[in-house]
Design a protein around this ligand. Structure first.
Ligand SMILES: *Cc1c(COP(=O)(O)O)cnc(C)c1O
Length: 363
């Protein structure tokens, strides 16, 4: 499994684990995040991308997202760097890579490592390199919501032998740390049981063979939908950044209530009354969760947030673009399911047209 995955994605090492969450924890452990270290993270992502940092008592520092692609914004990342910054978590959100060109430049300039959360974008490319192989460690998910899946599972990939060895150890109780490891850096590890089972690996290997075809299917449907929806001034169809391909884990629209003159809630309710299950927003910017608002993760003394010299900022308004995307603009069409047909995609576009032409009555 690990050899096949590494060969397929053209990277040095793959470490299969039992979820992407486990992969993210192993990655944060492998790069040596220590209590009080700062890691720059995006607010629009599944919680595990950020909680893995907390798991090692690192302090997540939120950078804003790009208005056009919803991925972490390199300009904002650079503005958040401090003496204690060790790494960046970049998430390839909704099916396309983050701006790795700019992120890599910033990381190199400041001596930072990049963990790439590629749970949503296997099969995408960035300047001909597979998504997942753009960071120092990349993490894939094989859970049942993802493009390819084996029930529950994940894989962490890297070209760095030491990171790979550390992840292999963390995956398996770090047992051999006890005796035989050659490097001092191999000793400070607490292992878990993150092992993928053979049964899941067998399914994952078969699923890998389907990655191209399932991605192509979603790309075709997304293209068909975008062609029909781009006529509407109140909707922005998903953009793909320069040099990237998009595999549409989710088809996310951006809505302008000013253009149509009705609220996003009203628009989505009217659309769903036509038989769809579109959703408003993605996830609430993560710094608004209680753990950050109350600044307590472990015990009662503010650990790990109090390990930072000055209290981290998690106030509402911290990442205005991310807040606007979630609370005002993003609409998830919820059409990128396996059983979706071209007819259903066309019906969605017709429903948008119908709602738009009746918007006077909705006001
Ligand atoms: C699904 C997802 C994860 C977690 O994947 P699991 O395999 O369920 O642990 C992590 N990050 C992102 C961005 C995801 O979409």
């Amino acid at each position: 499994m690990d050899r096949k995955w590494a060969d397929y994605f053209g990277c040095g090492y793959a470490v299969s684990v039992n979820s992407a969450t486990s992969g993210l924890y192993a990655a944060v452990g492998a790069i040596g995040i220590s209590p009080g270290d700062e890691v720059i993270v995006p607010p629009l992502t599944m919680s595990a991308s950020v909680m893995a940092v907390i798991g090692y008592q690192g302090v997540p520092i939120f950078a804003d997202c790009e208005p056009d692609y919803s991925c972490i914004d390199p300009v904002s990342v650079e503005s958040r760097i401090s003496k204690r910054t060790k790494a960046i978590v970049a998430v390839n959100l909704f099916g396309q890579p983050a701006n790795f060109k700019a992120l890599r430049e910033i990381a190199d300039k400041h001596g930072l490592l990049i963990i790439e959360d590629n749970a949503q974008s296997p099969g995408a490319f960035y300047f001909d390199k597979p998504a997942g192989t753009l960071g120092d460690i990349g993490v894939f998910s094989l859970n049942c919501h993802k493009a390819i899946q084996c029930g529950e599972g994940g894989v962490a990939v890297t070209d760095n032998q030491e990171f790979a060895e550390r992840m292999q150890l963390i995956r398996n109780h770090a047992e051999s740390v006890v005796e035989s490891m050659p490097h001092v850096s191999m000793v400070n590890m607490v292992g878990q049981n993150y092992r993928m089972t053979e049964v899941h690996a067998a399914i994952a290997i078969c699923q890998l063979d389907k990655l191209v075809s399932v991605s192509r299917r979603r790309q075709d449907l997304a293209a068909r939908l975008s062609e029909q929806l781009s006529q509407f001034a109140f909707l922005k169809v998903p953009n793909t950044r320069e040099g990237a391909t998009h595999v549409y884990y989710q088809y996310m629209l951006r809505y302008s209530s000013n253009e149509l003159g009705v609220s996003r809630q009203t628009f989505v309710d009217a659309l769903n009354a036509e038989g769809f299950s579109a959703k408003q927003g993605y996830v609430k910017p993560l710094y608004l969760l209680p753990i950050f608002q109350k600044q307590i993760a472990f015990g009662e003394s503010g650990n790990p947030f109090s390990l930072k010299d000055t209290a981290p900022n998690y106030a509402q308004g911290l990442c205005p673009v991310s807040e606007r995307l979630h609370f005002e603009e993003l609409i998830c069409a919820d059409l990128m399911r396996f059983d979706i047909s071209s007819e259903e995609v066309d019906a969605f576009a017709s429903a948008v047209d119908k709602v738009a032409s009746h918007c006077g009555e909705l006001k």
